[in-house]
Design a protein around this ligand. Structure first.
Ligand SMILES: C[S@@+](CC[C@H](N)C(=O)[O-])C[C@H]1O[C@@H](n2cnc3c(N)ncnc32)[C@H](O)[C@@H]1O
Length: 240
């Protein structure tokens, strides 16, 4: 069996993603330091890694993701997060939130400027006055060069089968392609991500067009200043 996916709507993939990332909380303190009081809407929430942690901190959280398999896995967490299957470039929840967050390069999953603008327009509609929009993007200046294949092992939490995950990155001027292969015996699952490289100038313009201005910019989860060599590009935006 060798299925190939370009999205996350696969139950095996969702379980392996959860097993690999559920305990990763390097970014949690950043959100706890910067979020305004009140509710949080997380876009592209995956299997709920961050949404669940924020819920445990007493936040009222809605997690939204396009992949039903990722949301099905997220729903297995006991925390009272509201889970929604929807496209982050086209959603209407008919309420506003004190905070909207798009962690782990989530905006870069949208294929072009047009869809990113649609997403930011939805964020504007769903943000309460004085609310914050927090974007966590790859630093476009440092995410360059191709990588050699990198291997690690992950245990499927359902079957306990051990999978080898191989990752290879190909960086282009506008897109970054990431090729994942998960292998266990005769099972092989190929997963390809095609992420947009979003420059600071591009995201600044997109936020302005969408009715936001950038309030603060950071380069890592410890809130150090952003430089061209920072690991991340973290933006905190406010509605105009
Ligand atoms: C890296 S994963 C999950 C990241 C998750 N926020 C975390 O911190 O662990 C990226 C997620 O983006 C979701 N995604 C991709 N395109 C989307 C879209 N148009 N609308 C909503 N979710 C989307 C995928 O389904 C996937 O679950």
């Amino acid at each position: 069996m060798s299925p190939s996916r370009r999205d996350y709507d696969d139950h095996l993939l969702a379980r392996l993603y959860d097993a690999e990332y559920d305990e990763i909380d390097a970014d949690l303190s950043f959100y706890l330091d910067h979020l305004e009081p009140g509710s949080v809407l997380e876009l592209a929430c995956g299997t709920g890694r961050l949404a669940v942690s924020l819920s445990r901190q007493g936040r009222q959280v809605v997690g939204l993701d396009a992949a039903p398999a990722m949301i099905a896995r997220a729903r297995q967490h006991p925390e009272p997060v509201e889970w929604v299957v929807a496209d982050m470039a086209n959603f209407s929840l008919e309420r506003t939130f004190g905070n909207i967050v798009i962690p782990f390069s989530g905006l870069a999953f949208l294929p072009n400027t047009e869809t990113q603008l649609r997403c930011l327009a939805c964020c504007r509609q769903h943000l309460s006055s004085n609310g914050l929009l927090i974007l966590d993007l790859m630093n476009p200046e440092t995410s360059t060069g191709d990588s050699n294949p990198l291997d690690r092992t992950i245990k499927d939490p359902l079957t306990e089968q051990i999978f080898t995950k191989t990752t290879q990155v190909k960086s282009g001027l506008e897109k970054i392609e990431i090729f994942y292969t998960y292998t266990s015996g005769a099972i092989q699952l190929n997963h390809t991500l095609n992420l947009c490289r979003i420059s600071l100038a591009q995201i600044t313009e997109a936020l302005e067009i969408s009715g936001f201005f950038i309030h603060e910019t950071y380069g890592d989860y410890r809130s150090n200043p952003y430089t061209s060599r920072s690991p991340r590009l973290l933006l905190i935006a406010i509605a105009m």
